[in-house]
Design a protein around this ligand. Structure first.
Ligand SMILES: [Zn+2]
Length: 93
């Protein structure tokens, strides 16, 4: 991942379910997951549209100047820790 950053690549994440492509800067993903290979960085990520994780494919992508025109890149705006409630049944007496 940091290699991708050094050579100016973007990370393209493709949801094969929605057929949506999103582009991220490696530096943003580095903040989230640390320096992992693309595949490992996908763990815990979900498609923003269908919320499915199983259909995401990520790879480092080297856009040409022409491909960069009009390309929207998702920027990391904030990282929030979410409190999640987990309930469990008491064992029967
Ligand atoms: Zn999707």
């Amino acid at each position: 991942m940091s290699d991708a950053h050094d050579v100016g690549q973007l990370i393209r994440i493709n949801c094969q379910h929605c057929n949506i492509k999103r582009h991220y800067r490696p530096a943003d993903l580095l903040r989230l997951v640390g320096n992992l290979a693309c595949d490992n960085a996908m763990k815990g990520m979900r498609c923003e549209k269908c919320r499915k994780a199983d259909y995401l494919v990520a790879f480092a992508w080297n856009p040409t100047a022409r491909e960069l025109v009009g390309l929207s890149i998702r920027r990391l705006a904030d990282i929030r820790m979410v409190r999640k409630v987990v309930w469990d049944d008491e064992p029967p007496r």
